[in-house]
Structures are given as structure tokens and as C-alpha cells.
Design a protein around this ligand. Sequence first.
Ligand SMILES: N[C@@H](CCC(=O)N[C@@H](CS)C(=O)NCC(=O)O)C(=O)O
Length: 192
Amino acid sequence: MIDLYSAATPDGHMVSIALEELQLPYALHALDKQNSEQTVSYGRIPAINDRDEDNFVVFESGAILIYLSEKTGKLMPSDMKGRSKVLQWLMFQMGGIDAIKDEASRMHLFRVMDERLQGNEYLAGDYSIADIANWVRIRTHMRSGISVDDFPNLKRWAQAIKARSGVQRGLLMLPSSRDIEADLDESMEKFA
Ligand SMILES: N[C@@H](CCC(=O)N[C@@H](CS)C(=O)NCC(=O)O)C(=O)O
């Protein structure tokens, strides 16, 4: 059993979605992101504690996704190049999409993803932790009214991931405020 310490933030949703997609049993400790002292790792969320591995604690959302993938042998291939591709797109989120500061860099990074998704169903081979990590961020960026018509492949990919039942379950585990969810849904519809 895994303890998940998390909140309704993109990084928090990333981990609840991965746990749902992997169908791993977990106990959710839903915390307030402003007041996350009850977590197991430096007062930060998301974090997990794997009770079956001598209470092994992992923090940082990207590291948690890699850990869960390696624990289950799913959502990331084990061959060197396949694994590298997933890690490249995971790091693309951590260092790029996650850190977008202005409109020009956002447009650039969306263009990179759109080109990648032209002729590729997912970012790195089969559906993987890289798709989950990028999707939670794209979802929140869509709230800010980007010109979506320029990114047809990104649109198709975002809709396909949204439709996954594991993704929906992962979001529902940590509901955002009603206003935010309605806003996100509306943006996602416009995006379609
Ligand atoms: N890079 C981290 C970001 C995590 C993060 O910023 N967590 C915030 C809430 S969204 C937090 O725990 N803040 C409390 C603190 O740092 O003391 C990840 O991806 O897990």
C-alpha cells in the first residue's frame, strides 16, 4: 500500500492520475497546499510513502512518476532508448512547460509539442508518464485563452488523455474548487 500526500494542484494531480492508471492501491492524505506540514517530505506535496518498501519516501512529482513506473514495469519502456524518450519528455515538462514565464515561450513550447504529436499518438511511444506529466500542465495553461487552432495535434492529444477513465479518476480524487474545474472544462471544450 502506498500513502499519497497531495493536493489539488497540477503536480498533485499528476501523481493521483498515475496511481489510478497503474491501479495501485493507495491511501490518499489530501492536504491543503498552503498548509502541508502533515506530509512526509520537507513539508512539500506531492509525496508518497511506499509501505511495502520499508516506508520508502519519494518526493518531487517527476521522481514519483519514475518510481511508480519502475515499481510496476508500466507506463515507461525498459529498453534504453524507449526509456530515454520518456525521460526526455518528462524533463521537457519539468524544465520547460512547468516553468513557462511568458507568452512567447509558451507558444514555442506548444509548437514543439504539436510538431512532436504530428504522426505520433503520444509524446514518447506508447502512452506513458511523460503524457501524464505534460497533460496536467497543458490543462492549466489552456485556461489562459491560447489560440488553440494553431495546435491541432496538441488538441487531439489533450482530448484523448482527458477521455481516459484513469485520468478522470485521478482528478476526482483531488477536486479543485468548483470554479476552477468549470473553467478548466470550458477551456478544454474550446480546445476541442
Ligand atoms: N517541483 C515540485 C513542486 C512541488 C510544489 O511546489 N509543491 C508545493 C505545493 S504545489 C508545496 O508543497 N509547497 C509547500 C512548500 O514548499 O513548503 C514537484 O513537482 O513535486
